[in-house]
Design a protein around this ligand. Structure first.
Ligand code: NAD
Ligand code: UDP
Length: 312
């Protein structure tokens, strides 16, 4: 049994990670400011004596009473609409907040994993994107608080590793979906499902020919845990995602079909700097972690739609 901190543990990915770690017998301290997460996601864990929730913003230093073996840093809003609401707080979360957690890891001799993102590749000029690709990010655009924030977080991780020998793990997560995404989150899968189930218009931004590659939550959680448990030499970055690539128009049509919705597909303006494509090269994850996603998009969508049916 290890004492493990999950920051952002009340969010979509974080709550699934907390659940998995509890099921495998670990003590979990969930740290979250509830900005985009919700106690609803974690309320089922309160009865478990191994679970503790602390409401805290990582931009403030944090030193729990307990010993700490591992820290998963997932604290940061992930949806473009959410992370742009308070851009300055987003960038502080990814810089000041990350430095606070690295200081905690250093003080307690803990291993620490950063949930980085495919957004570090920006508008990618190569596809699929390998970890060696250095990206094409607009440093002054509306997405920069997130993209550049996450790039700086990676830099901080590697500087703490080089300066203090900290045990670090960096994963670059590609679009992930599943239960416990918030209905108002704004990301494409949750938006389209909620719109389809309510027979509202399904809103495609731009011409819908931009692509994304979608990973089901259970696959992602297993990748995160495998990365944390890998040998200390493997710092990353390692891409985690599903390399099956879809246009956004295909996603809309698929969800319309599965739900049998009466919704119409409508077209809206494309947000500034919205990447035209995203597809992970996961050779490194396969080779170094023996990990690859197992859940096809169609199956994951059916499960996610079942979840949203119980919520709306
Ligand atoms: P989410 O918005 O559901 O969860 C983020 C959680 O972090 C929320 O519970 C929120 O309240 C909390 N949080 C935000 N700022 C905080 C702060 N300053 N202090 C403490 N808690 C804070 O998003 P998610 O999809 O679960 O994403 C989790 C992590 O994974 C994020 O770091 C995100 O950047 C990364 N990621 C997610 C995806 C994806 O497709 N879901 C892709 C790439 C990277
Ligand atoms: N998108 C869309 N309609 C929506 C929400 C999103 O067409 O209601 C598009 C968005 O413009 C982007 C893609 O779907 O091209 C994925 O968006 P999301 O916000 O899920 O994640 P991103 O990969 O952009 O961070």
């Amino acid at each position: 049994m290890k004492n493990i901190i999950v920051t952002g543990g009340a969010g979509f990915i974080g709550s699934h990670l907390c659940e998995f770690l509890l099921k495998t017998g670990h003590r979990v301290i969930c740290v979250d400011n509830l900005l985009t997460g919700s106690e609803d996601n974690i309320k089922d864990f309160y009865a478990n004596a191994l679970f503790k929730f602390i409401k805290h913003d990582i931009t403030e230093p944090f030193y729990p009473d307990e010993a700490v073996a591992e820290i998963y840093n997932l604290a940061c809003p992930a949806s473009p609409i959410q992370y742009q609401k308070d851009a300055i707080h987003t960038i502080k979360t990814n810089t000041v907040g990350v430095a606070n957690l690295l200081d905690l890891a250093k003080a307690r001799g803990a291993k620490i994993l950063q949930a980085s993102t495919s957004e570090v590749y920006g508008e990618p000029l190569v596809s699929p994107q390998p970890e060696t690709y250095r990206g094409n990010v607009n440093p002054i655009g509306p997405r920069a608080c997130y993209d550049e924030g996450k790039r700086c977080a990676e830099t901080l991780f590697f500087d703490y590793h080089r300066s203090y020998g900290l045990k670090i793990k960096v994963v670059r997560i590609f679009n992930t979906y599943g239960s416990r995404m918030s209905e108002n989150d704004g990301r494409v899968v949750s938006n389209f499902i909620v719109q389809a189930l309510r027979d509202n218009d399904i809103t495609i931004y731009g011409d819908g020919l931009q692509t994304r590659s979608f990973c089901f939550i259970d696959d992602l959680v297993s990748g995160l845990v495998k990365m944390m448990n890998s040998n200390d030499e493997l710092t990353g970055p390692v891409n985690l995602g599903n390399s099956a690539e879809f246009t956004i128009k295909q996603v809309a049509e698929l969800i319309q079909k599965i739900t049998g919705s009466k919704s119409k597909i409508v077209y809206r303006n494309l947000p500034i700097d919205d990447p035209t494509n995203r597809c992970p090269d996961i050779s490194k994850a396969k080779e170094a972690l023996g990990w690859q996603p197992a859940v096809p998009f169609l199956d994951g969508l059916v499960k996610t739609i079942e979840y949203f049916k119980t919520k709306i």
